[in-house]
Design a protein around this ligand. Structure first.
Ligand code: PMP
Ligand code: GLN
Length: 389
């Protein structure tokens, strides 16, 4: 049989295994504490899990409707109303997806022409670059600067060209934890209106906020009709393996995203949709449970990392703290993280992978605190004994 190499198409050349899978494998291989990949080591509330088990037993096991089951779409619309006073019609303005990951991919694939530009704040979550590449579009990075992870407003406005299609905004932000403030959101919104851009917002950490508050950009005047808002049950309820995400947007945008989505997964997770509808319908009950526990873990990790000597540059939200490692080592972040399991039995993520030019993040390392308190404490005590040799 005739074969043609390389088999990976040119758009995906350079995208190897995701850093999260690589670092989790490294943690497993070295029996290290995994402060790398952002998934909780404790499942979400048992009542939600029981709702999923019941849904399986009761026969929610065939393809759900393409847009998601009606109860879940209603519950998502109610969530947007309860938390942000946003109004979405569950019939036509809400779409259930296979996690936020599929929502992001379907959105980019739906709205971008080959050669379009998508502005993304850097450092950025790895999937963005890959799906922008798959769409044949170009990622235009705008750097967030430590310690506050602020951006240069002029640089952002200068980055807009006739090819710019959208700004992809992730707040609370992975990997820095930055929560974009009102002034920043207003500035981005004004630019989008002025240049007639779309906005894709990744709000998966909307409930992981430790100071300040989450402002959905679509709540600003003139933004609802140009914003594709994305979130997920993964982080909010600590069920990252269920892959129930969603999009809320005006009907024309939802139709566009659904057109791509239906040929990616078609539908997903019927019984989990039932369970997440139950969780969302409980309003603040479950969201109020998660944040205080994780806030305490965040504090413990932040204090511990500072005591070890790292400069903690964390933001106000998400699952992550970022450190500048230069007070502790001259090594680059990748070398440091690859050696860390052997030296200390801890895994973290080199933030250099979140930059187009890894040199810009060579001194930055991301640590997750979505692990039990005793795990965080043990990780810190191991790091305190770290021998750099
Ligand atoms: N966006 C960001 C910023 C993330 O950190 C993640 C990882 N959870 C996702 C999207 C993907 O979310 P999901 O697991 O719902 O696909
Ligand atoms: N969002 C998680 C993180 O940033 C991991 C999700 C994934 O592995 N794709 O660590």
């Amino acid at each position: 049989m005739a074969r043609r190499a390389p088999f990976l198409n040119s758009r995906l050349q350079g995208f190897g295994a995701t850093i999260f899978a690589t670092m989790s494998q490294l943690a497993a291989d070295t029996s290290s504490i995994n402060l790398g990949q952002g998934f909780p080591d404790t499942d979400g509330p048992i009542e939600i899990a029981q709702a999923a088990m019941r849904a399986i037993a009761e026969g929610h096991n065939q393809y759900p409707p393409g847009a998601g089951i009606a109860e879940l779409r209603s519950a998502i619309a109610d969530h947007q109303k309860l938390f942000y006073d946003l109004r979405y019609d569950p019939n036509g303005e809400v779409l259930v997806t296979a996690g936020a990951t599929e929502a992001i991919a379907a959105s980019i694939l739906a709205i971008c022409e080959t050669g379009d530009e998508v502005i993304v704040f850097e450092p950025y979550y790895d999937a963005y670059a890959a799906v922008i590449a798959m769409a044949g579009a170009t990622l235009v990075p705008i750097e967030l600067h430590a310690p506050n992870w602020s951006f240069d407003p002029d640089e952002l406005s200068r980055a807009i060209t006739s090819r710019t299609r959208a700004i992809l905004l992730n707040s609370p932000h992975n990997p820095t934890g930055k929560v974009f403030n009102v002034a920043e959101i207003e500035y981005i919104a004004a630019l989008c209106i002025d240049a007639d851009l779309l906005v894709i917002t990744d709000e998966v950490y909307e409930h992981m906020i430790f100071s300040g508050s989450h402002i959905p950009i679509c709540s600003l005047s003139g933004m609802a009709e140009r914003t594709i808002s994305i979130s997920s049950a993964a982080k909010t309820y600590s069920f990252t393996g269920w892959k129930i995400g969603w999009v809320s947007a005006r009907p024309e945008l939802i139709t566009a995203v659904r057109t791509a989505k239906q040929f990616l997964t078609y539908v997903n997770g019927a019984p989990f949709q039932v369970a997440i509808a139950f969780a969302l319908r409980e309003g603040r009950r479950f969201t109020d449970l998660v944040v205080p526990a994780i806030a305490a873990q965040r504090r413990a990790l932040s204090v511990g990392l500072a005591e070890v000597g790292f400069e903690v540059l964390g933001g106000e939200g998400s699952y992550f703290l970022t450190t500048d490692i230069r007070p502790v080592t001259d090594e680059d972040a990748m070398t440091f993280c690859l050696e860390l399991p052997r030296r200390a039995g801890v895994v973290a993520v080199p933030s250099s992978v979140f930059y187009q030019n890894p040199e810009r993040g060579r001194h930055l390392v991301r640590w997750t605190f979505c692990k039990r308190m005793e795990v965080i404490e043990e990780a810190v005590s191991r790091l305190e004994k770290l021998q750099l040799s």
